[in-house]
Design a protein. Structure first.
Length: 434
């Protein structure tokens, strides 16, 4: 998923620097962000859960079941991603109008999305297969694979958008090219390495069982992204009401920087979930706790270091996305607010991932619904309007960006309490047994 986040950020950097239309193009990218997040959510749904199931079966030394899980995951990924793309394309005009796109922004958003619905299928399959390769032990493959595709995307964007002057269409085509390659390379590898065996047959009942397991595990990841899409939609609507359309472009920039911040954390999480699932299959709780502790420390150190750098130097980072000084000045203040929320979100993410990989998917789902759904929505719909009624010198729309961070703080504290309580109960039960 790090690759997908990287691709989205690269596109937004190039979009913001398109001659004459950069500001409107950034706003268009902000309008379609909820759709792109749903695409990514569906990819996580099947890619993440398929790799978790494969790792679990490998931990149980059951390679046949691991191979069946891979086949089921690939089939499910293709069917669902194709279905989502078809629905998005059919209702694209209505969706864009619903999200507030008008005139030039509507045209730019439609041009980009008309190509991205195709790209979604290739990126979904590529993510599931590449993630599965890591579960089969090809960990070193991920870094050069991701870097190579990012470079291909950058070169394609430069050639198509700035040399051939295709504009936002060229950026979308550049992404499609990188996603097709991103699907083809891991597919060839997984067949060449004989991880994917075609001579293993299974019944429809077996497929249904694997599909249900995939949904149980992947639902949390999908839910997190859906909640994110809802948050973006609400934020865009509130910005249109309390500020102006230009602030959607500002939000696009700051959310892109947040994604840049999150990319390494997603990478840490992908590595940790494979190992946690493996030891969960072996029923080794000691190793699981050791892995989670190291993972949490890595997240804390990175979050505060990277977050601190972004907080202290917002203008330098924002200038990658636009040379519009008004956008830079406004985005700087907003970014300082949102990066604090991102740090808190990363801490809560650690516990959500732990619950997912250790058979507590229901608990993870409830935490996501409560934090990213209920609390975040509640704060978004109340805090800015309460502030608007109070006579203070801070524009009320700034509090739109505070709401997600406040919800993340509460979610993190609840997750930490649950984790510590379970550890105490486990120690207490161990003493009773001994």
């Amino acid at each position: 998923m790090t690759l997908e986040s990287c691709t989205e950020i690269i596109d937004k950097i190039f979009v913001g620097n398109l001659p004459d239309i950069g500001s409107n193009a950034l706003t268009a990218m902000g309008i379609i962000s909820p759709i792109l997040i749903i695409f990514i959510g569906a990819q996580l749904f099947f890619g993440f859960s398929t790799s978790v199931i494969i790792s679990k079966y490998i931990g149980e030394n059951n390679i046949k079941k691991a191979n069946i899980a891979l086949t089921c995951g690939i089939i499910a990924t293709f069917v669902i991603s194709a279905l989502i793309s078809v629905i998005a394309y059919i209702f694209l005009d209505n969706i864009l109008l619903f999200f507030g796109a008008s005139e030039e922004i509507f045209v730019l958003a439609k041009q980009y999305m008309s190509i991205m619905v195709i790209s979604n299928i290739f990126s979904s399959l590529g993510y599931t297969i590449s993630n599965s390769l890591r579960s089969f032990g090809m960990i070193k493959f991920q870094l050069p694979y991701s870097l190579s595709l990012a470079i291909i995307n950058i070169i394609s964007n430069i050639v198509l958008s700035f040399i051939f002057d295709f504009g936002i269409v060229g950026i979308a085509i550049g992404t499609l090219i990188s996603e097709i390659i991103g699907f083809s390379v891991p597919l060839v590898l997984i067949i060449f390495k004989k991880y994917w065996k075609f001579n293993i047959f299974f019944t429809f009942k077996t497929f249904v069982k694997n599909f249900i397991d995939i949904i149980k595990i992947g639902f949390v990841e999908f839910l997190m992204l859906i909640m994110g899409a809802i948050t973006i939609s609400l934020t865009n609507g509130l910005l249109l009401r309390l500020a102006s359309q230009e602030y959607i472009g500002v939000y696009t920039i700051t959310s892109s920087v947040e994604s840049l911040f999150s990319m390494p954390l997603i990478g840490f999480g992908q590595g940790a979930q494979t190992i946690l699932s493996y030891f969960n299959g072996k029923k080794d709780k000691i190793k699981m706790k050791e892995v989670f502790t190291k993972f949490f420390i890595m997240v804390v150190v990175f979050s505060f270091c990277a977050g601190g750098i972004i907080f202290m130097n917002p203008n330098i980072i924002i200038s990658m996305f636009t040379n519009d000084q008004i956008f830079i000045d406004i985005s700087s203040t907003v970014l300082k607010i949102t990066i604090i929320g991102s740090i808190l979100t990363s801490l809560g993410y650690c516990f959500i991932l732990l619950f997912q990989c250790t058979g507590r998917e229901n608990r993870a789902s409830k935490m996501v619904i409560f934090t990213d759904g209920f609390l975040c929505t509640l704060f978004l719909l109340t805090i800015p309007f309460i502030v608007n009624l109070i006579d203070i010198n801070i524009p009320s729309f700034y509090f739109i960006f505070i709401s997600p961070g406040l919800a993340s703080l509460i979610g993190f504290l609840i997750s930490l309490y649950i984790y510590n309580r379970e550890n105490r109960l486990e120690k207490y039960n161990s003493k009773i047994i001994s």
